[in-house]
Design a protein around this ligand. Structure first.
Ligand SMILES: [Zn+2]
Length: 580
């Protein structure tokens, strides 16, 4: 008996030794594999810089980039992972210098940013930070962003070898104060459309080189209601466009918008009629107007206001046309007219209450859990932003429905699904929301940063707010500053005052609510920034960043259902007053 036990024990021990050896050898094998992948990529990397023949084929560059990306992707915790990102950033940067294509520069900057954010403690993080600043300063010619990134280097990596260089560059670049001005936004009630005036957008005339290759128009999306429509033209890269509005006359009894995209082409077989008799749109169509121009024609029942703007994502360029008009009111269903009823009488004095600013009670709330599907948002310690935002939004929906059975809560997504930014706002407008709340979670390369902040749409001169908007918009800081410029025009009709009021209430009540919980959120205040997801929303709208995933304690809190519920309660208390 004894012997048998002994033997079994021996077998067990042997098994254990064998198992841990196998496990260890498995790990070693993986590490070996990472190492061999990395060394293959590294030898190609050196060849690209040493062998002009090899370097003359851009496929070799792209292949080497891919090899590094595979190392980082497959073995994100391997010690070669940060170097793989760093080399990827450098290769894209060189490729940009050879090919002069903006996309390579964007990718270079995005890669350096990922390096800084995902591996803040790596020895290469400050190198990445420096080259990111250089990208902005030397190639983008954006002094403002370059200075911001050099300053980040000084702030986050005070021991860096690049410290002296960064200081020197800041001195050279330090922009005069006029670059930092805050644009005043006038609160006009409505702007009449300037009929028949030709307007331009997108690339500047000087950049519109007639010799450059034509850009492919890939897709048209649209959303339409009786008094609002949004049309989004998707193209492969930057374009220049012009548009004008024709008044109705005998030959065309509709209001008509004509938008021409130059140096563009429509692939064969792309649908010519986009929409007909849908809400405000009588007909929308797209066609190759001449060899180099794609034309969009939009006939509308009526037209009061129009906003045309564009923005850029990696490998995508979008032109958005938002129109507002009026259908015969008698055709509207009662639900859709809810905005006109229940108007409380305005008082002339007294503090500005939300209901006074809003002038109506909330009947429909739109909740927008940030990111989803193939877009995880921020991530840290294995926790993904998209999961946290969905958890909070679902809790908030439940709380509102329990307390206010008559209020309708609609969600842009109820599950782990990818959704374009412009589709989220369109969903809110199409469903005639009275409030739009976009829920996000922040992350920072500095692990100590924590707290909650609430945003509303506006121009800003706050660098950190701009950087956050770039991240949430999935775009580069360069595109954000472009967006700031066009925003000036677009904001005249947004509900800025209401949104800022709403942001203040929600911010305050989240902080209060978490004070009583296991994790008190630091109050980072109410801020403004150009978020694409809020752009064009017709109702008061805010974006809440409910904490930092990158802070270990906050990350732990955000994992729990209970804390997500507390956050939902906080948002609810901030908007509740509108619902009674
Ligand atoms: Zn986000």
């Amino acid at each position: 008996m004894k012997l048998i036990i002994c033997r079994w024990q021996r077998v067990a021990v042997l098994f254990f030794v064998l198992a841990s050896f196998l496990n260890l050898s498995h790990q070693l094998e993986a590490a070996d594999h990472a190492e061999s992948l990395y060394s293959k990529a590294a030898s190609n990397y050196h060849r690209l810089y040493d062998d002009p023949v090899f370097a003359s084929n851009s496929d070799n560059w792209l292949r080497t980039i891919k090899q590094f990306q595979i190392v980082q992707h497959t073995y994100p915790t391997h010690y070669r992972a940060p170097a793989s990102l760093y080399n990827t950033g450098r290769l894209y940067r060189s490729l940009f210098r050879i090919k002069k294509r903006q996309i390579f520069l964007d990718r270079s900057s995005l890669t350096f940013r990922k390096l800084i954010e995902d591996y803040p403690k790596s020895k290469l993080a400050d190198d990445g930070q420096f080259l990111l600043a250089e990208n902005y300063g030397r190639f983008e010619k954006n002094k403002h962003l370059a200075v911001l990134e050099y300053k980040n280097l000084l702030k986050w990596y005070p021991e860096s070898d690049f410290r002296k260089d960064a200081e020197k560059r800041i001195q050279l670049l330090q922009p005069p104060h006029k670059d930092l001005q805050i644009y005043a936004v006038e609160e006009k009630v409505s702007i009449p459309v300037e009929m028949a005036t030709q307007r331009y957008g997108g690339l500047a005339e000087a950049e519109d080189d007639p010799e450059r290759p034509q850009v492919k128009v890939t897709k048209i999306d649209y959303w339409s209601t009786v008094d609002w429509s949004r049309l989004v033209i998707n193209a492969k890269s930057d374009v220049r466009y012009k548009y004008r509005i024709l008044q109705e006359d005998l030959s065309h009894p509709q209001k008509r918008l004509i938008l021409d995209i130059s140096h563009a082409y429509l692939p064969a077989g792309m649908q010519k009629k986009i929409a007909s008799n849908d809400g405000l749109i009588t007909e929308a169509r797209i066609a190759q107007f001449d060899k180099k121009t794609v034309r969009v024609v939009l006939d509308m029942v009526s037209l009061d206001k129009i906003k045309v703007f564009h923005f850029k994502l990696p490998l995508q360029y979008k032109i958005v046309i938002d129109i507002q008009g009026q259908h015969d009111l008698s055709e509207l269903k009662p639900a859709a007219r809810s905005r006109d009823v229940d108007q409380p009488k305005m008082k002339e004095s007294g503090p500005l209450s939300l209901s006074r600013v809003f002038g109506l009670k909330v009947k429909r709330v739109i909740l927008d859990p940030g990111h989803g599907g193939r877009d995880p948002g921020a991530s840290a310690f294995g926790l993904l932003e998209k999961d946290v935002t969905l958890g909070i939004a679902l809790s908030l929906k439940k709380i509102i429905e329990q307390n206010h059975p008559r209020i309708k809560v609609l969600m842009t997504r109820k599950r782990d699904k990818y959704l374009k930014l412009e589709a989220r706002t369109a969903f809110a407008n199409k469903n005639r929301g009275d409030l739009f709340i976009s829920i996000h979670v922040n992350a920072s390369p500095r692990p100590r940063i924590r707290g909650v902040e609430t945003y509303y749409l506006n121009l800003t001169s706050d660098n950190e707010a701009l950087a956050l908007a770039a991240k949430e918009n999935q775009t580069s800081l360069k595109s954000i500053s472009d967006l700031q410029n066009i925003l000036n025009d677009l904001l005249t009709n947004s509900k800025i005052k209401e949104s800022s009021e709403l942001a203040n209430k929600v911010q305050k009540s989240i902080v209060e609510m978490t004070t009583k919980s296991s994790h008190k959120l630091r109050d980072l205040g109410v801020k403004k920034a150009p978020f694409i997801v809020l752009l064009g929303a017709q109702m008061p709208s805010i974006l809440v960043e409910t904490g930092f995933l990158s802070n270990e304690a906050e990350n732990r809190a955000l994992r729990g259902k209970k804390f997500r519920y507390t956050l939902a309660q906080g948002i609810y208390q901030g908007i509740k007053i509108q619902m009674n």
